[in-house]
Design a protein around this ligand. Structure first.
Ligand SMILES: Nc1ncnc2c1ncn2[C@@H]1O[C@H](COP(=O)(O)OP(=O)(O)OP(=O)(O)O)[C@@H](O)[C@H]1O
Length: 631
């Protein structure tokens, strides 16, 4: 048999277009050819199950590199093709999708970068790297003649008889000069591992089986042990910390979707834009990036998703608007939500152990997807100062917002007190705690947005940071009105206001006085800084918009604690007016103390820059010297 023919395609110069468009994705040719080989092996299995043939051979794919001839061959023990099938499937089917691709590319007007090779490229993608492609094949069909097809990338081909004895197909590529890297064994091994690792047929190179073959996601979740899940994770992401927990997806309805999604230990700097989930289509690796298939907020997860239902096309942008993809996204998000809620209800203790690592993800997800938020809102928890038995756990004390509101309904209905930095704001937290006011911690970088989100969700609730205002319960209102100077009718508060205003001389600073309640008066701070919630949030927002750092607001409040013992002394110092060398030494000392008290209050709020620190140290020394000179 000898036949020569013309492949009927209408787009001129089809191969240069394909080569140009897919240049950066050239590796995919091997994935396509090996996928075809796996399909051919499955088809043979199917016809044999159907009783159409008794032929059987060990399923295997052998990749052979011939450096002298500059060829790369992929041989399979699959179904093979008759001459008619070659004409039909190769000359017509394969080339028609090539044409479709080229037309799409030519019309898209998109730059090379926007066209990414996925599926549908098939057999013809071999012309991206080969100057000549040969097919040597023999069908499983009784009496079928083996055939040899050859094409040099032009639109003509030859079809001859072949002396091939075995059922199956060998595709031999004569590599172009610029594709000789595919003669390198390491490179081919890497490509097989990358694209074909989980294909269910052994793929051999130099008698060595290169691929893993079994995909853990295919197994029934009940039959997989924790150690197997961990091992698989370590295989996919070597040298990484073990994951916290995982979700095994295994469904046939409404979509065929399998996979394992792992929750890794998340760092504070997670980048939700960088997905790490591997996407497979029937065990064939497609992409390291499931951007279009996974909802954005699930991006920090890792693992693998395998689905033949994900409509992949040559141009990835096609995917985004696809309604099926949206349904798949919702489905995956729901599964993730289910897993989290069942973890919480099965073992709150285990859930809380992971909380530090998953909280940012869950808050981010809640803000991004209402469906997800509705699913998880009851299990969003926050560290709390409450000592209630119900909130205790080995990982610390945690409460949900609902529980918090319920517990504190009588004390402060609809008001949530929180700290954004339990260490720096420790003084304030302590003050609240001592008066029995429960404080929650919202200290991640996402929390200022998340608090806004919660305030939108719970319309009546107001969040106030512990340093925003002093709650009435923390102060003794009566002591404020006590008159201490019968001559001037001034209260202690009036006096202290005068002293501090004169000493600090800061027009933008508001000075307020309150008697802070404390069991031991000296244990409460002599003064604290208040940053009104609204003004502080505005400032934070402006900083975000201007991409700057949040500077400390100049118009803050200094709240002087009139019940601190230091304040009595300060009033008498100021009043004594002891003159040394014509100067009032006591007034000078009072001035130093006021500035020192102010600085100490500031220090609980912000770190000092070099100049402020220098000033603080100098004054501290001066103050110590003045005080010790009295001894
Ligand atoms: N190794 C092979 N053994 C048997 N038949 C093959 C082999 N390779 C290709 N074919 C036949 O050629 C056809 C065209 O292959 P091609 O790769 O272009 O497209 P496809 O596999 O049908 O789909 P896709 O474009 O998604 O890969 C296949 O459907 C199959 O019938």
């Amino acid at each position: 048999m000898h036949e020569q023919g013309t492949i009927s395609i209408h787009t001129e110069n089809i191969f240069p277009i394909i080569k140009k468009a897919l240049y950066s994705e050239r590796d995919i040719f091997l994935r396509e050819l090996i996928s075809n080989a796996v399909d051919a092996i499955s088809k043979l299995k199917m016809v044999s199950y159907a009783g159409e043939t008794t032929h059987s051979a060990d399923p295997e794919i052998v990749v052979t590199i011939d450096k002298d001839k500059k060829t790369l061959a992929i041989a399979d023990t699959g179904i093979g093709m008759t001459a008619d099938e070659v004409k039909k499937y190769i000359n017509q089917v394969a080339f028609s999708s090539a044409q479709e691709f080229a037309t799409k590319y030519a019309n898209s007007g998109a730059g090379d970068q926007q066209i990414i090779g996925n599926f549908g490229l098939g057999f013809y993608s071999s012309f991206m790297v080969a100057s000549n492609v040969e097919i040597d094949t023999r069908s499983y069909k009784e009496g079928a003649e083996a055939v040899h097809w050859s094409c040099d990338g032009s639109t003509t081909f030859t079809l001859d008889s072949s002396d091939r004895a075995n059922v199956g197909t060998t595709i031999t590529l004569t590599l172009q000069e610029d594709a000789e890297e595919y003669l390198n064994e390491f490179e081919i091994k890497r490509m097989i591992r990358n694209y074909c690792d989980f294909m269910p047929v052994p793929i051999k190179l130099n008698d060595e089986v290169i691929n893993k073959q079994t995909a853990l996601w295919d197994k029934s979740p009940k039959s997989v042990t924790n150690e197997e899940y961990l091992e698989f994770y370590r295989y996919l992401y070597p040298y990484q910390d073990d994951p916290l927990f995982w979700i095994h997806l295994n469904t046939d309805y409404p979509f065929v979707i399998k996979g394992i999604l792992y929750f890794p230990k998340m760092k504070a700097d997670i980048d939700p834009n960088r997905g790490q989930i591997k996407l497979f289509c029937n065990h064939v690796f497609v992409s390291d990036n499931c951007d279009d298939v996974i909802p954005k907020f699930l991006m920090p997860l890792r693992g693998a998703i395998d689905s033949t239902d994900i409509p992949l096309n040559v141009s990835r942008s096609f995917l985004q608007g696809d309604p099926k993809v949206r349904k798949i996204q919702d489905f995956i998000a729901k599964k993730v939500g289910d897993r989290l809620t069942s973890l919480y209800s099965d073992s709150r203790e285990e859930f809380l152990k992971c909380w530090q690592d998953i909280s940012i993800f869950m808050k981010f997800g809640s803000m991004n997807s209402d469906k997800f938020y509705q699913q998880v809102k009851e299990i969003l928890v926050y560290p709390t100062t409450s000592e209630d038995e119900k909130v205790k756990s080995e990982s610390g004390n945690y409460t949900t917002l609902q529980e918090y509101l319920e517990r504190n309904k009588a004390e402060h209905e609809n008001q949530v007190f929180y700290t954004s930095d339990p260490i720096a704001q420790g003084t304030y937290v302590e003050l609240h705690k001592n008066q029995g006011i429960e404080v929650l911690t919202f200290d991640s970088f996402i929390d200022s947005h998340f608090i806004n989100f919660l305030e939108r969700e719970f319309k009546d609730i107001k969040f106030a940071r512990v340093d925003a205002e002093i709650d009435d319960r923390l102060v003794d209102k009566e002591s404020k009105t006590e008159i201490v100077d019968p001559k001037t009718n001034k209260t202690k508060s009036d006096h202290l206001q005068d002293i501090f205003r004169a000493a600090l001389n800061k027009p933008k600073l508001t000075i307020r006085t309150e008697a802070i309640k404390a069991e031991d008066a000296a244990s409460a701070p002599p003064a604290i800084i208040l940053l009104p919630e609204f003004a502080r949030r505005m400032q934070e927002m402006t900083a975000v918009l201007q991409q700057g750092s949040v500077s400390f607001p100049e118009d803050h409040i200094l709240l002087v604690n009139t019940s601190h013992p230091l304040m009595e002394k300060l009033i008498s110092l100021d009043a004594s007016q002891i003159l040394v060398d014509g100067k009032s030494e006591s007034a000078n000392l009072a001035n130093l103390i006021c500035n020192h008290v102010y600085d100490l209050a500031l220090m609980a709020q912000k770190s000092f820059d070099a100049d402020s620190m220098k000033g603080f140290l100098q004054r501290s020394n001066q103050l110590l010297t003045t005080l010790t000179s009295k001894i």
